[in-house]
Each structure stands twice: as C-alpha cells, then as structure tokens.
Design a protein around this ligand. Structure first.
Ligand code: GLN
Length: 497
C-alpha cells in the first residue's frame, strides 16, 4: 500500500520536502508509481515507466545527498505521449506509430530530465492531439476523475487532447505533467479536470521532438496543481533551441519570482465578443465573478473588443488540418511504426494509412488536403492565413490598452464520453475561447475557479502579451487565491484509492 500522504504536496511543497529530507525522491517516486497503478481505471497512461522513475529518483537522491540538487530534482512528472522519449514507446495515441521507440529525446523532456525531474510515464491523448475529449485514442478513451454530483451516469471526458496528463494530475497520479496545445489542448482539459494549464508564447518552448500536428500552432506547456507549479515547470521547459527554427532567442525569466500577489493597477480586458450565443448562464456568472475577484485585488477591468473573434474557429479548422495533412504525410509505412503490405508501393501506402489512422485523423487529413488543393488554396487556405493575421492584430491592438485579458476557458464543463463523438461540429465548438490565443501565438493560462451546478470544475482563462507570461502568471495566481478552489475529484474524495 502506498503512502498516500506523499501525494498531497504540490510541486513547490515537494521541492521543499525533498530539500529538507522529509522524504526521499525514491519514496516520492514509489508513492506515485503506486498511484499510477491505482489510477489504471482512468486509462490516463499509455505507458507507465515505473522502473525508469525509480532509477531517476535514485540519481536525484544522490545529488540531493551531495547538496548538489538540481531545480526539479526528484519531481515526478507525466509526459503526454506526443513527446518523443528516447527508447521509450511513443505513440501519439495512434495505431500507425505501433512500436515506435524514438532514437532521440524531445528538447523539452530532455530539459526536464536535465533539471532532475523523474519520468512517471507517457499519458494518453486524442490521436495525434486532434480532439477535445481524449476519446479518439487507439488505446481507448481517458476517464475524467470527476463525476457529476451524486450520479452514476456514464463517465465524463477529461477534455483533450492532453486529457491523460490532466486526468493524471487531477487524480494525483502525477505531481505535474506536460501537454501540448494547438487549439486549447492544455487549457480545456485543465478546465475540465480542475487543474492549472499554461500555453506559453509560441517559440517559448521548443517543438523539437514533439510529434507535429499543426506546426505553426503547436505549443508545449505545463499542467499542474497550482499556478506556482506551472511557473516552476515552465522555467525548466523554456529556452532557445537551435533544433527548432521557430524557437525564440529570448531570455528565460524566473517566472516564480513574479508571483507577488500584487496586481494593483493592472488593466484587465473583458472582450465583449466572448459573450457567445448559447453560453450557459453559469459560465457567464463565473466570468463575472472572475472580474470581481480581480477588481477586488486592485486590478482595473476594461471592456474591450476583439472583433475578429467570430472567425477564429473557422480559421483554425482550415489552418490546423492543412498543416496536419502535410505533417502526417510522413506516416507511409516505410519510416515509422505500422506497415500493411500491398501488391505495389502505392497500395502499401494506402493500406497502411487506412489501417493506421482513426476516423477523426482521416477527417482532418481530408479537410486539409482539400483546402490546400489547387482549386481551393486561395479561397480557403490563403484566406484563412489573412484572417489569422487580423486575429493576431486584434490582440496587438487590445494590448495597447490592457495588460491581460480575462475569459472563460471553455463554454461548458466536462461532458460524457460519447456525448459529442457523433457531431464533430459540436466538438469543435469547445475550442471557441482557446483557439484565438494559438492563432495569435500569445500566452494563456486556465485556472480552476468554481464548480458547475453539476459539481464539475470550471476554469477561467488569462491571456497575455507575447512573451509576457509573467503578467499572465501573476494575475492567474491572484485569481487562484481569490477562487479558493480546494475541491477534489470523486476519484480521490470517493476513496477509490
Ligand atoms: N480541439 C482542438 C483540435 O481538435 C485542439 C487540439 C489541440 O490543441 N491539440 O484541433
């Protein structure tokens, strides 16, 4: 039986506990390995790496004993199975990557291990990160550790695509995790699972070794229990990388140092276009409370306009599939994973891709190929690129007037597994508040704020200027303090472990 008391500390607290030798990295890793096992019903992990976790923890303990502790020494972390990890199965939750063990490590995971972190395993996701529910995985759907209050209706989705990482952190089957966010895949699952999720500025964290979905929109980022933990993890993940030509030559600030709790005089934009038709009353009410919390802390709410918002989803669902159709052309049965033999090379390609990709991935590849085809390139792809520029310009204009923007993270709480699977458009609408920050490349965080009428977590989002994660984190921490979100998912509270 594991020592569940070791699962309670946050990342920042565990760092202190390790430094003070209240427990060892090995004890911490062992407790989390047990928690990973006990959380198996959630299907949050595709590949647990418990042996590796213990070995990494032992190395951390030796450094701690020598007084040479690294910034993340002994911190157990879960990794979305979209990051390549050397010699460890990397699947992108797709059948087509069967058996793929990368001969290299992604830059971001490499940085974490160099900072002393311990790898707990690879977490489940929507296939190739395409989705908002973590139900399209070849390895089966992820279950949200939260249940609606007093009900035994079907289990809920954890959001997506980084749903395994979010569920693992929420269920205390990881101290923290990393995800990727192309249109909301860190923030929306964070909102659905009651944790913090941060999408940094485009270029802040290297994409090298992250399985590509839509390269101009993909962002690695941290998923944690607290804003402070996100600041700690982001620092270790960030920095220029010569292997990624879009990675930014920017100094990495000490993000933790900016968490002063002082947001007096900060101007917070409230974008009127985010009041979308059919938004549930409880989301609107929560947003209003967020405004009041920040006002009470001395910030100044300002109504702003982001006029291009209504085009963001349509723009995203042209650009993301277009880039995906190009990126996923590499899965041809020759270089990676699955191969289904045919009578000719063309037939081998077709059979491999037909067997290897799930329905949602095929849908995206068809859309992407269509919008890039000769007759439609100008009408769809080029037009979308132009609108994207206007959306980015909206933010530049807004940030001349305000320091950050407050919005809900998602238009709903977690929904049931299967609920929207037959209706791709309903699924795509989930991204309405998160997609604009990806198109503009600006940083955005989701902070757990309240429970819905059904007893499920709801998040609020802070969006900031490019490379100003500091303001985003500072305001987010004040929001977190005001919200006092202390609820635990039924998976823990119900004593399932
Ligand atoms: N839900 C969005 C999509 O399906 C975003 C996914 C993501 O951020 N990876 O494209």
């Amino acid at each position: 039986m594991s020592d569940t008391s070791l699962l309670a500390p946050t990342l920042a607290e565990a760092r202190t506990g390790l430094a003070q030798k209240s427990f060892s990295a090995r004890e911490l890793a062992a407790a989390y390995n047990d928690a990973v096992k006990e959380a198996e019903p959630l299907n949050a992990y595709i590949t647990p790496t418990s042996e590796r976790a213990l070995a990494m923890a032992d190395a951390a303990d030796q450094r701690l004993a020598r007084g040479e502790a690294l910034p993340l020494d002994g911190i157990p972390i879960a990794v979305k199975d979209l990051y390549c990890t050397k010699d460890v199965l990397t699947t992108a939750a797709s059948h087509i990557l069967d058996g793929f063990r990368p001969p290299y490590e992604s830059t971001v995971t490499g940085k974490l291990w160099q900072a002393g972190a311990v790898m707990l395993g690879k977490t489940n996701l929507d296939e190739f990160a395409m989705g908002s529910s973590s139900t399209t995985s070849w390895y089966g759907p992820v279950e949200n550790p939260w249940r609606r209050a007093g009900d035994n209706r079907p289990p809920l989705v954890p959001g997506g695509s980084s749903g395994g990482s979010a569920a693992a952190v929420a269920a205390r089957a990881a101290l923290a995790a990393i995800g990727t966010d192309t249109g909301g895949s860190i923030r929306q699952p964070a909102s659905f699972c009651g944790i913090v999720g941060l999408k940094p500025t485009y270029g802040r964290c290297s994409r090298w070794g992250v399985v590509a979905y839509a390269s101009s929109l993909d962002h690695p980022g941290p998923m944690t229990r607290t804003v402070r933990d996100a600041a700690i993890l982001l620092r270790a993940m960030s920095g220029h990388d010569s292997m990624d030509s879009t990675s930014a030559l920017m100094p990495v600030p000490d993000f933790e140092a900016v968490l002063t709790g002082d947001i007096r005089g900060v101007k917070v934009g409230i974008p009127r276009e985010y009041r979308v038709d059919g938004m549930p009353g409880e989301i609107e009410a929560l947003w209003g409370r967020g405004v009041e919390w920040l006002r009470a802390a001395g910030a100044e709410p300002v109504e702003i306009s982001l006029p291009m918002t209504k085009y963001a989803l349509a723009t995203y669902y042209i650009i993301a599939p277009a880039e995906a159709s190009s990126n996923l052309a590499r899965y041809d049965g020759v270089r990676f994973g699955l191969r289904v033999e045919g009578n000719s090379i063309d037939e081998m390609y077709e059979l491999t891709r037909a067997a290897g990709f799930g329905a949602e991935v095929r849908r995206r590849l068809l859309i992407g190929t269509y919008v890039l085809s000769a007759g439609y390139y100008d009408a769809y792809y080029l037009k979308a690129q132009r609108v994207r520029t206007l959306i980015a310009r909206d933010f530049v204009t807004a940030f001349e007037e305000v320091d950050c923007i407050l919005t809900p993270t998602a238009p709903s709480a977690a929904f049931a597994i299967g609920e929207k699977s037959e209706d791709p458009i309903a699924m795509y609408l989930n991204d309405v508040f998160t997609v604009p920050a990806n198109l503009a490349g600006v940083p955005a965080i989701s902070v757990p704020a309240e429970l819905s009428d059904d007893g499920l977590p709801l998040g609020l989002q802070i969006i900031g200027r490019a490379f100003d994660e500091e303001t985003v984190l500072r305001v987010a921490e004040v929001l977190e303090t005001a919200a006092q979100f202390r609820h635990l998912p039924s998976f823990i509270a119900g004593g399932r472990r």
